[in-house]
Design a protein around this ligand. Structure first.
Ligand SMILES: [Zn+2]
Length: 81
């Protein structure tokens, strides 16, 4: 477990976000199907893609631009007030 792994599971304030399933993508590393979770942050979607085989995780902004967990957490924190 890395610090980032723990933050992914524990630090997101899920009660303030809508979570739905997004379309799946193949893992760029091992080509298996990735699990995709869409989180609505302040009216905008962020997608977490996670590969259960090699544990690769990717975050996307709406429109498919890649972002980071740190960036999403910052947005979640900023949208709390
Ligand atoms: Zn993978």
């Amino acid at each position: 477990m890395t610090e980032a792994d723990q933050a992914t599971g524990e630090a997101l304030p899920m009660s303030t976000t809508g979570v739905t399933m997004a379309a799946t993508k193949k893992c760029p590393k091992c080509t298996r199907d990735m699990v995709a979770l869409t989180l609505t942050v302040d009216g905008d979607d962020r997608v977490l893609r996670s590969c259960s085989h090699c544990d690769l995780r990717q975050w996307e902004m709406s429109g498919g631009t890649q972002t980071s967990l740190a960036g999403v957490l910052q947005e979640l924190t900023a949208s709390q007030d």
